[in-house]
Unconditional design. Structure first.
Length: 282
């Protein structure tokens, strides 16, 4: 039987990240063989992973990365806020984004699940891939992650002159619009993107509100219709990205600041798409 020293245990812990007692147990079982001890630890960890898979994962972190004309947004969930802020958990998400973009993955697969299971085996807390979305980028992408990975945003921009995105003013505006999306979390890009069923539902609500208002009872139907449409327009200014008041100048809409920036440099500047991920939401 090999003599297992504290230094041997520490060395195995540094390599694997496993607990001291688990390292000592693995080295003892492997009779001091480091390679065999690592294998034993991995087997122990993966067996423990299955036991943890039913634990609730209500905390987490979101990630975003853009590369060329592709971008990925990833949401990882975990059991505790402590692990959500852990450097290894953060690195896992970043590494997964790299793998997704490099290999062209568009959905969760065994390799990505294996990466998560590997960290579960070390940290001993349940984790899941809550959400994964790969996005086609038009001409330019602005990304932003708020706080400790609470919100991740991707905004894709297009222009009839792609060289406009080499300008620092334009890059700054694109970044500011990613911040805007993180702060206001628009539901739709513009009124054209709103589902008809949702619009019909809101119109029904506004119609009922106008009908119940005694002050409007004597008003002509045309006036009532105008009030209903006005309520819908106001709603769109709250939920549609392009119609929202710009976070850095609420006298202008997001669409207006894009048009003004484009005009300044003799080009069209438009938001082609956007995605907002929030930690803890599937």
């Amino acid at each position: 039987m090999a003599n297992i020293s504290a230094a041997d245990v520490k060395k195995l812990r540094d390599v694997t990240g496993a607990g001291m007692m688990d390292c000592k147990k693995a080295l003892t079982q492997a009779d001091g063989d480091f390679a065999q001890a690592e294998k034993i630890l991995k087997e122990m960890g993966l067996a423990a992973v299955a036991k943890r898979q039913d634990r609730a994962t209500e905390n987490g972190r979101v990630f975003v990365k853009a590369e060329g004309h592709k971008a990925v947004l990833l949401s990882l969930s975990c059991e505790t806020d402590f692990v959500a802020k852990n450097d290894d958990f953060k690195k896992l998400g970043e590494d997964m984004c790299d793998v997704i973009l490099k290999k062209g993955y568009t959905e969760v697969n065994d390799e990505l699940k294996g990466m998560v299971d590997g960290l579960i085996a070390i940290i001993k807390e349940n984790m899941n891939i809550a959400r994964l979305q790969v996005v086609d980028v038009a001409d330019y992408a602005a990304t932003y992650v708020h706080g400790e990975g609470a919100v991740a945003v991707l905004v894709s921009f297009s222009s009839d002159k792609s060289e406009i995105f080499e300008n620092d003013d334009v890059k700054e505006l694109c970044h500011d619009l990613a911040l805007h999306a993180a702060a206001y979390k628009p539901q739709y890009l513009n009124d054209k993107a709103v589902e008809k069923s949702y619009e019909d539902e809101q119109l029904s609500i506004f119609t009922a509100q106008v009908a119940a208002d005694e002050k409007l009872a004597s008003k002509p139907e045309k006036v009532k219709e105008g009030i209903i449409r006005g309520k819908l327009s106001k709603l769109y200014k709250e939920i549609c990205f392009e119609d929202q008041a710009f976070v850095k100048d609420d006298t202008k809409s997001v669409k207006q600041v894009c048009q003004e920036m484009g005009k300044k440099y003799g080009a069209k500047l438009e938001i082609s798409s956007y995605v907002v991920f929030q930690a803890g939401l599937n």
